[in-house]
Ligand binder design. Structure first.
Ligand SMILES: NC(=O)c1ccc[n+]([C@@H]2O[C@H](COP(=O)([O-])OP(=O)(O)OC[C@H]3O[C@@H](n4cnc5c(N)ncnc54)[C@H](O)[C@@H]3O)[C@@H](O)[C@H]2O)c1
Length: 327
C-alpha cells in the first residue's frame, strides 16, 4: 500500500495502539485521538502512546469523541484516506451499571465521528463492532446475516446502534463503511479488566480464580495480531472500492470453554488449580463463535495464531512488562 494517512480513534487503547503501530511501521501517517478514559489505569495507555511516539509520523491529541470538533485537525487542511474508529467505552458488565455513559461515548461519540468524516470529506470509515451484538443466539456459529436485535447489555446495543448509524451515513453521504465484529481479542497490552489478564495475575500470585457459571460457556478468542491483519485488509478493501457497507466477523473461529481456558493457564504457569464457581453474571452471553467465511472471502482473513500460542506470547509479554490486573 502506498503511503496513506489514517485517523485512528482510541489509539491509546489495546487494539488501537496495535493498529496504529502496524500502520506507522509500514510508513503510513497516523493522526490519533483518545481521551485516556479512566476505565483502566491511564499509565497503561500512556505506555501504549510512548511506543507510538517513537514514530515521527504519529500525531496525537487528547480529545473525547464527543468533543472532536475542538481537535486541531477538524478545521485544518489535513485530509484522511481512512478513519479507523476504535474508541469506545468497552466492557459489558460496567455498561449495565452506567448505561448513560455508554450511550454518550459510543452513540453520541460515533455520531461526532460521522460528522468529522463529513467535514473532512473522508470517504472511508472502519468501525470496531463486537460479537456481543449477537446476544444469546442459539444457532452457532454466528454469521453476519443472523438476527442481531436481542442485545443483553447496553454495551451490545450501543455497538449495534453504531452499525445502524453508520448505515445511515453510508446511505446519506456515500461513505464506504466496514463494521468489523471483533470476537474476544487477547494478547500483549490487553485490557486489564479482561478475564485472561485477571486469571494470569491471580494464578501467578497463588490466589484462587472465580469462574462464572459451570465453566462450560465458550468464547471465540482472537489474537490481537490477527485482528490487526483483518483491520488492515479491511482498510485496503474500503480504499479500493466504492458503495461499500459491509459487516464482517473477525474471530479466531475455534471457541474455547471457560474451564479449558483456565486449565490451560494453570498448565502454562505450572500451578495447581484453585477455582471458585460463581453464578453467571448479568450481560454475559453463553457462547460466541464466529463464522469467518465472509472475512476470508472479502478480506482474505485467516487467523494464524492459535489460542495456546497466543497465550504463550501474552504470558511472555506480561513477564517482561509486569502488567497487573488489580492496579
Ligand atoms: N477487546 C475486545 O475483546 C473487543 C471485542 C469486541 C469489540 N471491541 C471493540 O474494539 C475497540 C477497542 O477495544 P479495546 O479492547 O482496545 O479497548 P480499550 O479500552 O483498550 O480502547 C478503547 C480506547 O478508547 C478510548 N475512549 C473511550 N471512550 C472514548 C471517548 N468517548 N472519546 C475518546 N476516546 C475514548 C479509551 O481511552 C481507550 O484508550 C472498542 O470499540 C471495543 O468496543 C473490543
Amino acid at each position: 500500500m502506498t503511503e496513506k494517512t489514517f485517523f485512528v480513534t482510541g489509539c491509546a487503547g489495546f487494539i488501537g495502539s496495535h493498529v496504529a503501530e502496524r500502520l506507522l511501521s509500514q510508513g503510513h501517517n497516523v493522526y490519533g485521538i483518545d481521551n485516556l478514559d479512566p476505565f483502566y489505569p491511564r499509565k497503561v495507555k500512556e505506555d501504549n502512546l510512548n511506543i507510538l511516539y517513537n514514530y515521527s509520523r504519529f500525531h496525537f491529541e487528547k480529545y473525547s469523541l464527543e468533543d472532536i470538533r475542538s481537535c486541531t485537525w477538524y478545521n485544518s487542511n489535513t485530509t484522511f484516506d481512512c478513519i479507523i474508529h476504535l474508541a469506545a467505552r468497552a466492557g459489558v458488565r460496567p455498561s449495565i451499571e452506567r448505561p448513560s455513559d455508554y450511550i454518550k461515548s459510543n452513540i453520541l461519540g460515533t455520531q461526532e465521528v460521522i460528522n468529522f468524516a463529513e467535514k473532512k470529506q473522508c470517504e472511508n470509515l472502519l468501525f470496531a463492532s463486537s460479537s456481543s451484538i449477537y446476544g444469546n443466539l442459539s444457532t452457532l456459529p454466528f454469521s453476519e446475516d443472523m438476527e442481531a436485535s436481542k442485545p443483553i447489555s447496553p454495551y451490545a446495543y450501543t455497538k449495534r446502534t453504531n452499525e445502524l448509524q453508520l448505515y445511515e451515513a453510508h446511505h446519506r453521504m456515500g461513505l464506504n463503511v466496514c463494521c468489523l465484529r471483533f470476537f474476544t481479542v487477547f494478547g500483549p497490552r490487553q485490557r486489564p479488566d479482561l478475564a485472561i489478564c485477571k486469571f494470569i495475575d491471580l494464578i501467578k500470585r497463588g490466589q484462587s480464580i472465580s469462574l462464572y457459571g459451570d465453566g462450560s460457556t465458550k468464547r471465540d478468542y482472537t489474537f490481537v495480531e490477527d485482528i490487526v491483519d483483518g483491520v488492515l485488509s479491511a482498510t485496503k478493501f474500503l480504499m479500493n472500492g466504492s458503495g461499500i457497507y459491509e459487516i464482517i466477523n473477525l474471530g479466531g473461529g475455534k471457541p474455547i470453554a471457560l474451564s479449558n481456558m483456565a486449565d490451560l493457564i494453570y498448565e502454562k504457569l505450572d500451578k495447581a488449580p484453585k477455582i471458585e464457581y460463581r453464578p453467571m453474571q448479568e450481560g454475559d452471553v453463553n457462547f460466541t463463535h464466529a463464522d469467518i467465511t465472509k472475512a476470508f472471502k472479502l478480506l482474505q482473513y485467516q487467523p494464524k495464531v492459535s489460542f495456546s500460542a497466543g497465550l504463550d506470547r501474552y504470558i511472555e509479554w506480561l513477564n517482561e512488562n509486569g502488567q497487573r490486573a488489580d492496579f
